[in-house]
Write a protein that binds this ligand. Structure first.
Ligand SMILES: C[S@@+](CC[C@H](N)C(=O)[O-])C[C@H]1O[C@@H](n2cnc3c(N)ncnc32)[C@H](O)[C@@H]1O
Length: 367
């Protein structure tokens, strides 16, 4: 046994205080029950609880809510009790009504199924069977035996999505949630990134939501939404945006700037270098640029001392999602971004954080 030094033994083993031990005995339940919050929020979205309260335009009682949703009040109240306990909906006591009234919170409004602020599809995607099944293979990914999504679903995520139109629609709608919020934040804080740009190609732009919002915010820009043919065939029709189907590993349509949001993190370094080289061929050498919207994670582990999730923690969560759902994808540190950009022929770049988003904007230039 080593010598005791402060709260460490001489061999640097941490000796927890009694208070830390007590905290740990409670904290372990965050992991034992970690899936429960996701499952109940998914249930709330499927039932349409937030949509129903919103459509009433006022707080409503358990009986009104359960009758509108076709639920049995005696079981439904337990779902509501959990959601209120977690702060997702709010309970209002009112003398005039037997029981209580339920009202929306800022959080529950994000669970409404449609609208520019909805995050419902992202919850539904990540809690869907193919995505959840992959998590059982996370340890196998690290021991090197197999890619979790492929082990669980028989093929990699993009082949699976191509063969399953329902899953493809779920991915497109989920990505649109992220695109609406992130493009709005970019237009708000980093609008000058698009100064002097006439055409932008969104590489892997999904159903075209990002280009739709970008062109709405910068009407002088002509948008090209580029994705796999089966994805663009179901894309949104939007003035100022043309859709082109193709494979970014073969070519990228020509434009002044290539925009890549949540694309490169799906791929390993060699694949990213290939994609970025195709983008380099698509933009003018002297005044073109690529605009990458991704996380830039810290290289050193951060000491977690707070209870609440912070935006800068999301990159570490996304990195685990990439491990579970893609074959070689990962979130990157600044050093890792510098490596792929350098190898792809982008010697010059700058990084800007986006207010209210876990993503940063990396502008990279061919000269
Ligand atoms: C994670 S989604 C990102 C969507 C969008 N950029 C966003 O942030 O909302 C990745 C996108 O890459 C597209 N994709 C995958 N492989 C591709 C390929 N070889 N060529 C073009 N697009 C591809 C997928 O269809 C999907 O729309």
């Amino acid at each position: 046994m080593g010598e005791v030094e402060g709260d460490h033994r001489g061999d640097l083993t941490l000796i927890p205080t009694e208070e830390e031990e007590e905290r740990a005995r409670v904290d372990i339940y965050k992991y034992i029950f970690g899936f429960v919050e996701m499952a109940v929020v998914k249930c709330a979205i499927e039932l349409g609880i937030a949509d129903t309260i919103e459509s009433h335009g006022r707080p409503i009682s358990l009986l009104e809510l359960s009758s509108d949703l076709g639920c049995a009040p005696h079981t439904f109240h337990r779902i509501m009790r959990f959601l209120v306990n977690r702060g997702i909906f709010k309970e209002i006591r009112n003398e005039a009504v037997e029981g209580c009234l339920y009202s929306q919170t800022a959080l529950s409004r994000l669970l409404v199924k449609s609208g520019d602020r909805s995050m419902a599809s992202l919850v539904l995607l990540l809690s869907s069977n193919p995505m959840m099944a992959s998590w059982h293979g996370l340890s196998a990914r690290v021991t090197g035996s197999s890619a979790p999504f492929e082990a669980a679903n028989g093929e990699d995520i993009w082949s699976y999505t191509a063969a399953n139109p329902g899953h493809s629609q779920l991915i497109n709608e989920a990505m649109a949630c992220h695109a609406r919020a992130t493009v709005a934040a970019i237009l708000d804080g980093c609008l000058d990134v698009f100064d002097g740009i006439g055409t932008v190609v969104d590489v892997g732009g999904g159903n075209g939501t990002a280009m739709q919002f970008l062109v709405r915010g910068c009407p002088s820009i002509q948008g090209i939404n580029f994705d796999l043919p089966y994805v663009v065939s179901a894309a949104l029709i939007c003035e100022g945006v043309v859709h082109i189907g193709g494979d970014m590993f073969d070519y990228v349509p020509k434009a002044d700037a290539a925009f890549l949001m949540w694309i490169l993190h799906d791929w390993g370094d060699d694949e990213c270098i290939q994609i970025l080289k195709k983008c380099r061929e698509a933009i003018p050498e002297n005044k073109g640029k690529v605009i990458i919207v991704e996380s830039v994670i810290e290289s050193k582990p951060q000491k977690v001392v707070k209870e609440e999730l912070e935006l800068k923690d999301l990159g570490f969560f996304l990195d685990m999602v990439m491990m579970a759902h893609t074959n070689n994808g990962k979130e990157r540190t600044m050093e890792e971004w510098a490596y792929v950009l350098g190898k792809a022929g982008f010697p010059r770049y700058n990084v800007r954080s986006i207010n209210g988003s876990a993503c940063s904007v990396i502008e990279a230039f061919p000269v």
